[in-house]
Design a protein around this ligand. Structure first.
Ligand code: SAH
Length: 400
């Protein structure tokens, strides 16, 4: 290919991950860089004997030196992106479709064979995150492929994510195509949510929690619910729709709580059963403990405490802290729905942290269900890092 300006030769024995089709080449595995590839250039990856392994995007500053596009040498970006995006959409079309839902993740990066590309659909608007040097290089082609495959004209970019700095890229936010609105109202499982495409977290909404929100709705009847880290009320609104006796929603962000209020009204939920509290969850849980406040169902959906393995220890303390406090606030027979979206904390470690918390809280608890991200955020078997969201539903039986 004319655009191929370099070859990355791996150190002996460092091709194992690639042979298992893991799509990343770490800097430590690189023996030699032939040619003079720069940020985002397409390179071939060879083993130390010079045999072809993969073709990918070069990122000279990132620890992830190459993100693999394909396992065979023919890489024609126009065809490649069109095909992979079409396949990603076909997969979503194959999922059992909850009737009336208007938002979903269309492209989930590595798990759809498209490292560094996230695309969410909110009604007739797409929100795109271009997270890697490779996707940045082909942004025009990607855009064209998206318009062609979805037939959607309005595309907004939300590439304001920390990982871009690791790739040597600066933030980019704004309209990419058509005339995308700043806010849209989406429908999820019969509920309405206003989503700020230009101001919300991630691409605007936590689409990965959609099935878990439904689970909470189904468990909420007659319960006093505490929704910690509530954002714009995804779990709170579902709990109320499910017949909760009361919902207390806590978030540090006033904008998030404004969003909760908007969504409460959009769904015509009774105001008298909602208490929203602007506070730090760690402090608020302690203050509820000191007041001897109790709840029947508590949701803990904190932000990423450990984006990478480097922060795991500190993150583990954070998770243990909130889970311990929450378990203490539950009435006997109460339910804790607890999550971690930290890439650095896997499901086994998360369960251990929660088990330690229960032990220290003196609470007996059993696992009712293991939760994960919705299937429109799939986990490719060759990319276990894709399984970032893990959750547990715990049923408690009182003090041990
Ligand atoms: N459960 C939500 C998503 C939660 S996102 C949903 O389903 O839509 C995490 C939220 O935690 C954000 O709204 C952020 O403002 C809030 N947050 C982060 N740190 C916090 C803290 N220490 N105390 C309270 N809220 C916090």
């Amino acid at each position: 290919m004319s655009d191929r300006v370099g070859v990355i030769v791996l150190k002996p024995g460092r091709e194992k991950a690639l042979l298992r089709r893991h799509p990343w080449v770490f800097s430590g595995a690189v023996g030699q860089v032939r040619g003079d590839p720069s940020l985002g250039d397409t390179v071939e990856v060879h083993n130390h004997r010079g045999e072809f392994l993969a073709v990918g995007a070069y990122s000279p500053v990132s620890q992830i030196r190459v993100r693999v596009w394909d396992w065979q040498p023919d890489f024609d970006p126009a065809i490649f992106f069109y095909k992979r995006i079409s396949a990603a959409i076909a997969y979503r079309e194959s999922l059992p479709a909850p009737s009336g839902n208007t938002a979903r993740r269309l492209v989930h990066a590595e798990s759809d064979g498209l490292p560094g590309l996230v695309v969410d659909q909110y009604g007739q608007t797409l929100v795109v995150q271009i997270l890697s040097a490779g996707t940045e290089r082909w942004r025009e082609i990607i855009l064209e492929a998206l318009v062609k495959t979805t037939g959607i004209d309005n595309i907004y970019e939300r590439s304001d994510v920390d990982v871009r700095q690791l790739e040597g890229l600066s933030d980019r936010v704004g309209s990419l195509h058509g005339d995308p609105p700043g806010r849209v109202v989406i429908e999820e499982e019969g509920l309405k949510f206003e989503v700020g495409l230009n101001s919300g977290h991630k691409t605007g909404f936590y689409l990965d929690q959609s099935l878990n929100r439904l689970q909470v709705r189904e468990m909420a009847e007659g319960k006093d619910v505490l929704d910690c880290f509530c954002y714009t009320g995804g779990f709170s609104v579902n709990a109320m729709r499910g017949g909760a006796s009361s919902v207390t929603a806590v978030d540090a962000s006033l904008d998030a709580l404004d969003g909760l209020q908007t969504n409460w009204v959009l769904n015509q939920l009774p105001q008298q059963f909602l208490t929203s509290v602007q506070a730090d969850v760690f402090q608020q849980l302690r203050s509820y403990r000191d007041q001897a406040r109790n709840f029947d169902l508590i949701v803990l959906d904190p932000p990423k405490f450990a984006p990478t393995t480097a922060q795991v220890k500190k993150a583990a303390r954070g998770y243990k802290d909130i889970n311990l406090l929450a378990l203490k606030l539950l009435r006997p027979g109460g339910t804790l729905v607890t999550f971690s979206c930290s890439g650095g904390v896997d499901a086994a470690l998360f369960q251990k942290i929660v088990a330690d918390a229960a032990l220290d809280a003196g609470v007996n608890a059993r696992i009712v269900a293991h939760l994960a991200q919705s299937p429109d955020h799939p986990v490719a078997l060759n990319f276990p890092e894709g399984a970032y969201l893990k959750g547990l539903i715990l049923s408690t039986t009182g003090k041990s």
